[in-house]
Write a protein of this length. Structure first.
Length: 94
């Protein structure tokens, strides 16, 4: 069962990460996304993404951020968080 859930999470992450996301860097949320994309340190990037979804939960870019978090959580083997992030990504952009 755990492998089925993990497989589903990986597929959702791949789908979320495969779509390009357009954003306006002149807006507050777009500026934060620009900074997130430039960040090279994975732990700092994860922290910035977590801050983004807390600060801008209704942003049109929230689904992108949740998808990025899902991939980060999967790499860190935080499977419960990865599943939650995947569900929130889908809920943000049905």
């Amino acid at each position: 069962m755990k492998s089925v859930v993990l497989s589903a999470a990986l597929m959702m992450a791949a789908v979320c990460l495969s779509f390009g996301q357009a954003f306006d860097p002149s807006t507050p949320d777009g500026g934060m996304i620009a900074a997130i994309q430039k960040e090279g340190d994975a732990a700092k990037k994860q922290s910035m993404l977590e801050e983004f979804v807390k600060t801008y939960p209704d942003s049109k870019n929230a689904a992108w951020a949740w998808g990025q978090l899902q991939g980060s959580y999967l790499q860190a083997q935080q499977y419960d968080k990865a599943m939650e992030a995947g569900q929130k990504s889908l809920a943000s952009d049905p």
